[in-house]
Every structure is written in C-alpha cells, then in structure tokens.
Design a protein around this ligand. Structure first.
Ligand code: 1GP
Length: 249
C-alpha cells in the first residue's frame, strides 16, 4: 500500500503549504456539471478532490471517480459517509473515526465490519480523527451519525479531542461543521486546535467565501474543503484556490 497522498499532505504541511480540496457529492452533480467542475478545478490548480457524502442515494460514486481520473491528474480522496462508499478507482481513503461523537459504530464498529473489504481495495488508507463542530443547525452528518457535535465555543473540548486523536496515532484531524453549515468553524477554534497538534489539520463545512478560506489557513488549517458553495457557484473554486494558494508564495 503506497502512502503517496499522505506523504504529499504531510510534506506540504512541513513546508507550510496550504491546500484546497473540492468536495464532490455524487448525489449532487450530473456528468456535465462534473466535467465543468473538473475543468475549472484543473485551471485553478485545486490540490485534491474529496468524493463522498453523509447520505449517498445514487450509485454514481464509481463512475464519478472514473470520470475524474480520466480527465485530470488531481488526486481523488474518498470521504465516505458509510463503508459502502468505497471504490478502488480512487487514490486514497479517509478512514474516518468520529472522535467527537460517542457512537461506537462510527468510532470502530463499522471499521471492523468493513476491514477486509477496505484492505482488499488496495487504496491508500489515511486514518483520520473526524470532529464535528456545531455549525448552527443540525446537519445531515449529525443526524445520520446520531452524535452531538462539539459546541462551537468549546475550544478546549476541540483541543483535547484533537490531541487525543493524535496520540491515538491518527494521521489527520478533520474539523467539520457539516455540509452546508450555517456557521463555519471559527478561526479562534482552528487556531487553538492547530497550536496543539503536529499532524495536518483539515477544515470544512459552511465555507462560502475566499476570505474565510484564507483566514482559516492563516489560523492553522492545512487543507480547506469546500462542497456546497462550489456546487452552487463553480466560479468560486478559482477565487478560493487563488486565495489559499496566495499564502504559499
Ligand atoms: C462537509 O466539509 C465538507 O463535510 C464541506 O462542507 O459542503 O458546507 O462546503 P460544505
């Protein structure tokens, strides 16, 4: 099993490189929209495609990943809402443990059931401490996961959760306010968490402007994930990519 994608992320962090991931929800894009999104993403030098969703009701995951791989060389990283959202056509899998919650199924249970299948996929596996942060309203992921997010102003809980994840050996921390969150995660919380961990920090959920994406990076996020806003206005992909990458010069 290679570790190319994680190596890219970790060595990027070591050089303070800030990266942008566009989240593709297979339920929300048709083939034509996907192709135009790929074209914009290539021109904008997007670093990663994350593919997945908390509730995928179509069976297009496999073909969408194949389409992305056919048309560009941007790495495709699976961000699965459940163990059936896996295809060997992707480059890597975010192997998520929902460490902000107390639902044992999402901490370890589903991993046990799907372990042989995940291993057989040959995908690069990236162990991720996934932390839901309250984004101002219940999101699909908080409902589906049946867990409470960390309150938006409880930075100390977020810090301790991320520290515990790192000490357990997880390789990334992903702080997520949930898809379409009313309120994105505060820069203060990002800053506090980033200060207390050495592993790369991914931040997403409710980010709708280039300014917020850039502020998050300045606060310590290493990868910014945007889904909804990019779906609604693909032109935003360029603006956000430019804002994030401007910090790399
Ligand atoms: C959700 O972090 C992602 O899991 C992205 O959220 O769709 O709100 O950008 P948005």
């Amino acid at each position: 099993m290679t570790q190319n994608i994680y190596h890219t992320i970790a060595s990027g962090k070591a050089k303070s490189y800030k990266a942008f991931a566009v989240l593709i929800d297979p339920d929300k894009l048709n083939e034509q929209r996907l192709l135009s999104t790929i074209e914009i993403a290539v021109k904008a030098k997007v670093d990663f495609f994350f593919v997945g969703g908390s509730l995928v009701v179509t069976d297009t995951l496999d073909s969408m990943v194949a389409t992305i791989k056919k048309h560009c060389s941007i790495p495709v990283v699976l961000f699965p809402g459940s163990p059936d959202q896996i295809t060997p056509k992707a480059d890597a899998l975010l192997y998520l443990s929902l460490i902000s919650g107390r639902n044992s199924e999402l901490l370890i249970g589903q991993h046990v059931i799907s372990a042989p299948f995940v291993k057989q996929s040959g995908l690069e596996i990236i162990p991720v401490g996934y932390m839901l942060i309250d984004g101002g309203s219940p999101t699909t992921v908080s409902y589906i996961s049946n867990t409470n997010p960390i309150p938006a102003n409880k930075n100390d809980i977020a810090i301790c959760t991320a520290m515990a994840g790192e000490m357990l050996g997880l390789k990334l921390i992903y702080m997520d306010a949930g898809s379409g969150a009313l309120k994105a995660i505060s820069t203060a919380m990002i800053q506090d968490v980033a200060k207390h961990i050495q592993i790369p920090l991914v931040v997403g959920g409710g980010i709708t402007t280039a300014e917020k994406a850039k502020e998050n990076c300045q606060a310590g996020a290493d990868i910014i994930v945007v889904g909804n806003a990019a779906e609604k206005d693909p032109v935003l992909i360029t603006a956000i990519a430019d804002a994030i990458h401007s910090l790399n010069k």
